[in-house]
Design a protein around this ligand. Structure first.
Ligand code: LLP
Length: 418
């Protein structure tokens, strides 16, 4: 049950009317529900309660430190992809030993920082990264816990931009390369291979590719065991899909049952890196209608949010539900667009909605890959982020100002006369 619900005509986040949030903090504004984040995390965690596991929330989905702190307080681990995300997790009270570090292009500085902090596992994505990790760990006089990210070559059946497990993708390495890397690491004094990792894509709504990946990975685990390489954990990445429109996401119980069944005799601790599942439906983007306008056959509602705030429709053609903050029967067919000078600056085409200038609407399922993908395009200030908890709302990120945008820029010195 979502915490975004109507009480008579008015849309609420938990116990707070969204109209009140708009009055207090302005628009466009992201609004998250603490209860929804906690419920999604606990449901995921409990789905595997009979099996040794760790849920490492994928920070990239929503990296606001209030979100991370809520999850850290529940005992979550974290999946990071940059030094910046590591700083955020530490600031939010995350435990270093529960952090896994993914990504194809980790820099020397990032590897060093993560080694100094003592993270739980480096998910290595290439032979070159293995060499670099060994040499930095040697310099620091420490041993790096690591796993190899394997590309199981399965089709996740999702949007091509977010499918990551095909052999032609840049992620992970092939089975043969992985075996060679484990054998090489066996001789390295400063890398300790503790696991194996894969992530085949995002917004997955079918069990089949996940099971194929598990069977590919467990098969490889057996092969490695035959070389005397014994691993402690299997990291299955993230990817569990959510409902935006009429998708039928995999029920958690089916997901966990299918994975545990596919593990067969293998007893390895399981790691997961869900992002979207934890926060996707726990957030909305609150925006105000600026103008209505008709061009040819198309009626537009121009809102004060834009593709710089939420880029998913423009980038992936993704469908997001848009609902009125004050319900009304006077609906019409409208395309909801932003003010940016790009035709791709749209949120939806041809929706039945009641919206007149000054009305508020909520773009649903915006908690994941929303604010984190926002930019300053058109010199727009990035939106505020509000966390609702019960009857209270908290500003967890202030709206950006133009002064803050300009802070890092400067003009050239005055031209000197020759
Ligand atoms: N682990 C790794 C290594 C990943 O690359 C990702 C997502 C995740 C975990 C979390 O996946 P999730 O559980 O959220 O599906 N911006 C796109 C999604 C990009 C996903 C990138 N990797 C979107 O808005 O749909």
């Amino acid at each position: 049950m979502s915490s975004f619900h109507y009480q008579s005509e008015d849309l609420y986040a938990e116990g707070v009317p969204l109209a009140e949030i708009a009055r207090k903090y302005g628009t466009p504004t992201y609004v998250y529900s603490r209860a929804d984040i906690e419920t999604a995390y606990l449901d995921f965690d409990q789905a595997f309660e009979d099996y040794e596991h760790l849920v490492c929330y994928s920070v990239k989905a929503n990296s606001n430190i209030a979100v991370l702190n809520i999850l850290a307080n529940l005992g979550a681990g974290f999946d990071i992809v940059s030094g910046g995300e590591l700083q955020r997790v530490l600031k939010a009270g995350g435990e270093p030993s529960k952090i896994v570090f993914s990504g194809v292009g980790k820099t020397e500085e990032e590897l060093k920082f993560a080694l100094e902090v003592g993270i739980g596992c480096f998910n290595i994505e290439s032979p070159a990264e293995l060499e670099l990790l060994q040499s930095i760990a040697q310099e620091l006089g420490v041993t790096a816990p690591a796993s190899v990210r394997v590309n199981p070559d399965v089709d996740a059946g999702t949007h091509p931009y977010i499918a990551t497990g095909l052999k032609e993708n840049k992620f992970g390495v092939s089975r043969d390369t992985a075996i060679a890397m484990y054998l090489k690491a066996k001789k390295m004094k400063h890398v300790n291979m503790v696991g194996i990792d894969c992530h085949i894509g995002s917004q997955i709504t079918e069990v089949k590719p996940i099971i194929e990946a598990v069977s590919e990975i467990t098969d490889l685990v057996d092969k490695l065991a035959s070389y005397g390489i014994m691993l402690e954990h299997i990291d299955l990445g993230g990817g569990l899909g959510i409902c935006y429109n009429d998708e039928k996401p995999i029920p958690l119980v089916d997901y966990s049952k299918a994975i545990i069944k596919a593990m067969g005799k293998h007893q390895h601790r399981l790691l997961f890196e869900p992002g979207r599942y934890i926060v996707g439906n726990a957030g909305i983007l609150l925006t105000k209608v600026q103008f209505l306008k008709k061009n040819h056959e198309n009626s537009f509602a121009i809102v004060d949010a834009a593709m710089n705030d939420l880029i998913r429709p423009a980038l992936y053609g993704s469908w997001q539900r848009i609902i009125e903050v004050k319900k009304s029967k006077k609906t019409r067919t409208l395309s909801i667009v932003g003010p940016i000078c790009e035709t791709a600056d749209f949120f939806a085409y041809g929706r039945e909605i009641a919206a007149k200038p000054g009305d508020l609407v909520a773009i649903e399922s915006a908690g994941a890959y929303g604010f984190v993908m926002s930019s300053n395009y058109n010199s727009r200030n990035r939106a505020a982020e509000i966390m609702v908890s019960g009857n209270k709302s908290y500003c967890v990120r202030k709206r950006e100002t133009i002064e803050q945008q300009l802070l890092l820029e400067s003009v050239l010195p005055a031209h000197e006369e020759a």
